[in-house]
Structures are given as C-alpha cells and as structure tokens.
Design a protein around this ligand. Structure first.
Ligand code: PGA
Length: 266
C-alpha cells in the first residue's frame, strides 16, 4: 500500500476544470451567440471553465467574456515568433486577444497536420513563453490499447512534449488531457477506472520533469473523450483526474452548463 499523501494524483486541493473544445463546428457569429446563451446558464463558481472556439471566434468571444470568470482558450498555436509563416497564429497574437489557454497536440490536429511530438513540444514551449497555459493532449489508438501499449505510448508522447520545458510561472499552469483516440467523438468513453489509471501514469511523468511542488501547484490532469452530463461525475470523482475536455456534448450551451454543474456537485 502506498503511504498516505503519495497517491499519484497528488490529492485534491486543485480546482475542478471544464475545457470546452468547439473544434470546427461553428462560425464565429454562431460561437458568439452560443457564448451569450452560456452566460444565461447558472454556472457554479467552484469550477473553472475554459472556452476553446475556432480562431476566428476568439476576438468576439473574448469581448463577450470580459468581466466574466470564464477563460478563453485557443485550439492550436504555432511555435515560431511572428514572421513569415503563412496560415499560422503566434502565441503573442493569441495573448493579445486575451487567450489564456491553448490546446496543443490534440489528436485530430496531430492527424490532419501530421504533427509529431517534437512540434507539440515546441508549441507548449511557445505557449509558456508567452504567458499562455498549454493543455497538452495525449492519447493512444485502439490498436495501442489492444496491444497493451497504452502506458508506453502515453508516457512517450508526454515526455517528448514536456521534457526540458520551463515550469509554468505563477500566472500559468500546465494541463495534460488524456484523450484516448478511440473515445473521441465515438460515444464510447473510457471507463472512469481507465481514466484514473492513465492520469496516474501522466502524473508520474509530470513529477519526474517538474518535481512535487510545481506539479501540486501548477498542473492539472484532464480526461477527454465522449464526456457527457451523465458520465462526467464518474471521471472527476477520484483524486487523479481534475477536470474534463469536452467536445460534442459541450456544443449546446445547455449541455455545457449541465456538465459544469455536474462537476461542481461532486
Ligand atoms: P468529444 O471530443 O467530447 O466529442 O469526444 C473531445 C475532444 O476531442 O476534445
């Protein structure tokens, strides 16, 4: 049995967090309308909420969220400084729009942009260098899991992304989202036990890179993949998973509101 206080999840004390990833579903105007609807939902204070709309919606949503505690997140960032990079968006530009969080290495983006671990690392580094909090996404394929390679795959993805990163400063944090590819958008979530187990694997990697103090104060681990208002409670019940990354079920304002309230009631 592990001695008290050394559970991989590091114990509670972290605020629960819900990150909504709206992917490429909405136009900028539609996304702003959804956020206005969201602001009419009763959203409990004890849960952090981060909205990640598409890039075109960031400015409009940033204006609507002014004065609210809901934070703005981007779905991607380019690693280089402003310069000759057609089609890319810099961390400095995101920061200027009031963005605080940024997804890096989402499996859909890894697939469509053929993005490898070293690029995910550079993006996390650029984010931290510009006052953003990266949400590093890792996840194994169904095949990896069938072959019992999931611990290895997740550890490799994460180590490559976070090795040699500076620790997040006092205004930042580093989030890691465990998102098994086979659970994203399929209606087949991982079990809560699987999510906890993988969160513990992630926690061990975080501890090796950043040490106990930084991990306890500046990191959180999320689960993502077919999270719904009905199942979200199971994922955040234990000590290892501190929040969720939600796609489909968080697209309607009412659905996202229900998820936040369900997390708050745990
Ligand atoms: P999903 O997406 O909730 O629709 O499975 C999660 C994600 O891709 O972040």
């Amino acid at each position: 049995m592990k001695p008290k206080g050394t559970t991989p999840g590091g114990g509670s004390g972290r605020r629960p967090i819900v990150v909504a990833n709206w992917k490429m579903y909405l136009t900028a105007a539609e996304a702003v309308t959804r956020v206005q609807q969201l602001l009419t939902e009763s959203l409990p204070d004890r849960v952090d909420l981060v909205m990640c709309p598409s890039t075109t919606a960031l400015a409009g949503i940033g204006q609507r969220l002014a004065g609210h505690t809901i934070q703005l997140g981007a779905q991607d960032v380019f690693w280089a400084a402003p310069g000759p990079h057609t089609g890319e968006v810099s961390a400095a530009d995101l920061r200027s729009l009031g963005v605080r969080y940024v997804l890096v290495g989402h499996s859909e983006h890894r697939a469509s942009a053929h993005e490898h671990n070293d690029v995910v690392h550079r993006k996390a580094l650029a984010a931290l260098g510009h006052g953003l909090s990266p949400i590093v996404c890792v996840g194994e394929s169904r095949e990896d899991r069938h072959q019992h390679r999931h611990h290895h795959v997740i550890t490799q993805q994460l180590d490559a992304a976070i090795r040699n990163l500076p620790p997040p400063d006092e205004r930042q944090e580093l989030l890691v989202a465990y998102e098994p590819i086979w659970a994203i958008g399929t209606g087949q979530p991982a079990t809560a036990a699987d999510a906890q187990e993988m969160a513990d694997v992630i926690h061990r990697s975080l501890l090796e890179v950043f040490g106990r103090d930084v991990v306890a104060r500046r990191t959180r681990v999320l689960y993502g993949g077919s999270v719904t208002p009905a199942n979200v409670g199971e994922f955040v019940e234990g000590q290892s998973v501190h929040g969720v990354l939600v796609g489909t079920a968080g697209l309607p304002a009412a659905g996202l509101g229900s998820i936040v309230r369900a997390v708050a009631s745990r």
